[in-house]
Design a protein. Structure first.
Lengths: 119, 110
């Protein structure tokens, strides 16, 4: 079974530029999560989708971050404009949460992440 | 709130046993996850405890006390490859949102 795919793996941009990250979750997983992980810290949830609807975006800085999951499968996270403090690893994860009968809906499977450096 | 506290770093010797503790506020959904994260890699699932007690899985065991808001991860027969960050995480909503601790950086030395 293929895992969660993310691209690009690395990105370096200057502040005030824009950047987009792409995620393809595990096939059949209804819920998709985007996390931001700053060096030395645990992942922090930015946004959670169930199918193509937003479940939780309470910690998404909406003035500069946006995300979509139009067809309930792939997702894109965008930052515009980027700031120095956005330098982090952006992790995408997926889970069976939202699917009836799922044995462990809370277990999340993570992609390799995109390491963003803003200079 | 969902404050999760775990030590920032620990050091142990190859072949030894180490216990990594995690405490959290007992509100919301029960259950606790442990993930392992090697440097530069994504977190990988280790365990999920939803009931009180100890669950053993090979060299790794995880314990939960829901009333005390306390969990620990026990690693036996430590190997050099166990050097990693260990993240404790708690479900925060019905949709599976996880709140992570800052992670415990474990260094295993010869």
């Amino acid at each position: 079974e293929a895992g969660v795919a993310q691209s690009p793996r690395y990105k370096i941009i200057e502040k005030r530029q824009s950047v987009a990250f792409w995620c393809n979750p595990i096939s059949g997983h209804a819920t998709l999560y985007w996390y931001q992980q700053i060096l030395g810290q645990g992942p922090k949830l930015l946004i959670q989708f169930q199918n193509n609807g937003v479940v939780d975006d309470s910690q998404l800085p909406k003035d500069r971050f946006s995300a979509e999951r139009l067809k309930g499968v792939d997702s894109t996270l965008k930052i515009q404009p980027a700031k120095l403090e956005d330098s982090a690893v952006y992790l995408c994860a997926s889970s069976l949460a939202g699917l009836a009968g799922a044995s462990n809906p809370y277990e999340q499977y993570f992609g390799p992440g995109t390491r963003l450096t803003v200079t | 709130g969902q404050n999760i506290d775990q030590p920032t770093e620990m050091t142990a010797t190859e072949g030894a046993i180490v216990q990594i503790n995690c405490t959290y506020q007992t509100s919301g959904f029960n259950g606790l996850f442990w993930y392992q994260q090697h440097a530069g890699e994504a977190p990988t699932f280790l365990s999920y405890n939803v009931l009180d007690g100890l669950e053993e899985k090979g060299r790794f065991s995880s314990f939960l006390s829901r009333s005390k808001g306390y969990s620990y991860l026990l690693l036996k027969e430590l190997q050099m490859k166990d050097s990693a960050s260990y993240l404790c995480a708690k479900p925060a909503n019905q949709g599976g949102k996880l709140i992570f601790g800052q992670g415990t950086e474990l260094s295993v030395k010869p």
